[in-house]
Design a binder for this molecule. Structure first.
Ligand code: ADP
Length: 306
């Protein structure tokens, strides 16, 4: 089997949620690119290294996050430490089964994850695949967005595979137009784009998943796989050929958090292990189906059931 290294680039946050006992909160860690790194780590053999690329503070909370990543087998040697910053936090309130979020991320070190181009290049050096998202891009300054796109473009030019999930979050951007512009620039350096149709239809007005795939290919993405909740997955290959794959139905959807993130990891792990697109989509949908059958973004039971 092939030996390789994957880097996932983005922001991991502390997650505070209620335990059910008054006054007691539980603390976890999650974030779109971290969720994908977690499921990749569990989906690939030990001959694959999965590194997280981010920035945290030097405070105790940041230490706990780094310890958490290590304990999950995720490499932390490219998580930079910035003394004057900390990690972002969010608090989940559950009311009548609906989740709402309160965020503290102004002081998040991850906003500066691309502020040192040399560190970025060291992180990418020798990697086979770099994974990132529209959220990674959203939290950066314009200068750092350009630096990250340039670094990934060079990585792709040297034969690295760049995989991008647009993960559209207009609230993280100044306005939707700015978001659309940067997301298209990101797609242009990406070998594979993994958008979710509902978000794309809302913010780009795509009529159907094939239109989403065509738009990203027109922007320069070589291949596109469009997720669509319980509906078919649409894949557009490098010559523009379209295929559709059904996803297994999930009897009890408990919490759709990380559906797309785990799907992406399941897909990539299968493809890196040599699976066809059809089999990789099937593996991805099975994993995502298990993840949405339980509460939370990181579901240990979802990775132990093959
Ligand atoms: P995102 O979480 O990015 O919005 P989607 O909602 O499109 O992503 O879901 C990603 C994948 O998760 C789908 O392609 C599918 O495999 C699985 N999935 C999500 N929702 C459902 C559902 N209701 N029933 C079955 N599978 C689902």
């Amino acid at each position: 089997m092939k030996m390789g290294r994957i880097v996932s680039i983005g922001e991991c946050m502390g997650e505070l949620s209620e335990t059910g006992s008054p006054g007691m909160l539980s603390m976890g860690f999650a974030g779109d690119t971290l969720n994908t790194a977690y499921y990749l780590r569990h989906g690939l053999g030990e001959d694959w290294q999965v590194d997280y690329v981010s920035a945290v503070g030097t405070d105790g909370l940041s230490d706990r996050m780094v310890e958490f990543l290590k304990s999950e087998g995720i490499g932390t040697s490219h998580v930079r430490r910035l003394p004057d910053k900390t990690i972002g936090l969010y608090y989940i309130t559950l009311k009548d089964g609906e989740r709402s979020f309160t965020y503290w991320r102004n002081d998040s070190a991850a906003k500066r994850l691309a502020s040192d181009p040399e560190a970025l290049n060291r992180a990418l050096e020798g990697a086979d695949l770099a994974y990132w998202s529209g959220i990674t891009l959203a939290i950066l300054s314009n200068q750092d967005r350009l630096a990250l796109i340039e670094a990934l473009g060079q990585f792709a030019g040297k034969g690295g595979t760049v995989v991008f999930d647009p993960n559209l979050r207009p609230r993280l951007w100044d306005n939707p137009e700015t978001m659309r512009g940067w997301v298209h620039r990101a797609a242009a350096v990406s070998d594979l784009c993994l958008p979710s149709f509902e978000d794309e239809a809302t913010w780009f007005g795509d009529a159907d998943p094939a239109a989403t795939a065509k738009r990203y290919q027109a922007e320069g993405a070589r291949r596109v796989i469009v997720k669509n909740g319980s509906e078919d997955v649409t894949s557009a290959g490098s010559s523009g050929e379209l295929s559709r794959f059904s996803v297994p139905s999930v009897e009890h959807v408990v919490d759709t958090t990380a559906a797309g993130d785990s799907f992406n990891a399941g897909y990539l792990a299968a493809e890196l292990n040599g699976a066809s697109i059809e089999n990789a989509v099937a593996a991805a949908a099975r994993l995502a189906g298990r993840v949405i059958g339980a509460r939370g973004a990181l579901v240990p039971d979802a990775v132990t059931q093959a």
